[in-house]
Structures are given as C-alpha cells and as structure tokens.
Design a protein around this ligand. Sequence first.
Ligand code: CP
Length: 298
Amino acid sequence: MRHLIDITDLSTQEIGHILTTALDIIAHREKYADICRHHKLATLFYEPSTRTRLSFTSAMMELGGNVLGFSDAQTSSVSKGETVQDTVRVVENFVDIIAMRHPLEGAPAQGAKVARVPIINAGDGSHAHPTQTLTDLLTILREKGRLDGFTIGYCGDLKFGRTVHSLIQALSRYEGVRMICIAPDELRLPSQYKTKNIVKEVRTLEEAISKLDVLYMTRVQQERFLDMDEFERVKNSFELNLAKLHNAKSDCVILHPLPRVNEILPEVDADPRAAYFRQVENGKFVRMALILFLLGLA
Ligand code: CP
C-alpha cells in the first residue's frame, strides 16, 4: 500500500506513469467511467478548499465511485477533540482511500502512520501540496509539450507557499530546468527548498519576466502570517497586468494554483498565455489518475 504525503514519495518514473494515465483519461474518458464503481473516497478537509476538494470529488465521481467526508472539521467529532489518527482509524472502515487537508504540517503523515488505506496529502500547512504539483506538471506538459529544458519563475509567497515547495522538488529532477525566485525579502524561499536549479533570486517581476517560459504566480497567504503588520507590508508585492506581460515571451505559460487575490488582474485572463483555468481542469484528470494508481487500478 502506498501513500502520497510528499511529491518525493513518487519516483520520476511513477510521476510519468500518472501523467500518461491522465493523458489517456483525457483522450478516452468513457474507458474510465466505471472503473471505481465499488470504491469510495473520503475527503477530510480541516482547512478551506474549493479546487482540491471539489476536483477530488469530481475525479472519483467520473471514475464511477462514491465520495464522503467533511469540508469543515467543526461539523465532525474533531470539534470534540478527536485526533487525526483516531479519525483515520474510524474513516478507513468506510472507504478505500482518503484525501486529507490540514493546517498543521505533518498531519496527513501522522494519519498515514496508522492507516490501512492510502492517504493523500491534499495540502498541509506551509509544507507540501503534491497533488497540486501533479496538476502543475500535467499543465506544463500539455502547454509546453515537455517537462525539461525551460526556465520557470516562482513569484509571490515562496516562504509559506506549499505549492511552490512541492513543485521545486519535482521539477529539480528534470533535465535543464532553470528556476528564478521572485519574492520580497520577507517571503524568500526557505533554505531547505534551495536547489542548484535556482539560477537567480530577485525582488521584482520586471527583473525576470522576459526570461521566463513558465511564470508561476502565487497568493500572499494571510492565513499563514503570525504578524499582521508584516502581512500588510507585503500583501500587494506583485501585480501581473497586461502592461507587464508586454515584456514576457509570446509563448510564456502563466500558471497560478489559485485562489488569486490581487496578484493577477482579471484583464490578463483573456490572454492566451493565461493557463490557470486550464490548470484547474487538469487537476481533475491527474487526481483521477492518482486515485487509480494508489488503488492499484492503473
Ligand atoms: N490550489 C488549491 O489548493 O486550491 P484550493 O485551496 O481551493 O483547494
């Protein structure tokens, strides 16, 4: 039995297999329609979510399976003090696989220690978001046709941004991927995620945008700050607008895990380089492929 807690739990070959399955699902939806008819997924979300929870739900429904769970831990026995491990020990009696989001780093890993069914980390604090990374990889593959030999810029909250942490770990395995970190001093990438692929660290988008094949924008996450004065200082550090995009490559792909606040203006949405809503749809396909992989069905 396998869990997915960190993207590093998957080999490059296994990531390739999951992406290939996702592409096959996109091409042959009917082939997969009934494959999970006798399976159930639990979504245990201790922290708010729109994309991740609903795409897991939609993914399992498209596979013919069923979904149960909670989107607000206060409506579950967590509000009475039940631990993550006890909740997993209970829910695993009802389902075949669990997707868990939690504000505390390491909570899904704690659950996995006692689980008899696969646990998927659907985002834990500032640590990791491996299924967002699979989504990002599938999107880059579909938009650029490859996962190697390009320059990506990560812009925004690189300190608390779990999507960036997991994506750096994944992309550093591919040949010739150069990375530029774009963040104010307060939100710089923590040292444990630094890799030789990072060729530059800058403070402004203008210093990097013309060099990028992929621009990965992120939100400054108010919920991660202990010091609200610091949040107020950095919250509007970046704003991608059409004027700034003028200097970007004509085939630059703009990604964002979403939700966005002010960091990409709506005027950018109609630009063909804006791929962040296509990215959302890829999230469903790649989660279908991941569920099949972890259940040993593909
Ligand atoms: N990208 C992402 O994790 O979005 P949600 O918080 O809406 O799930």
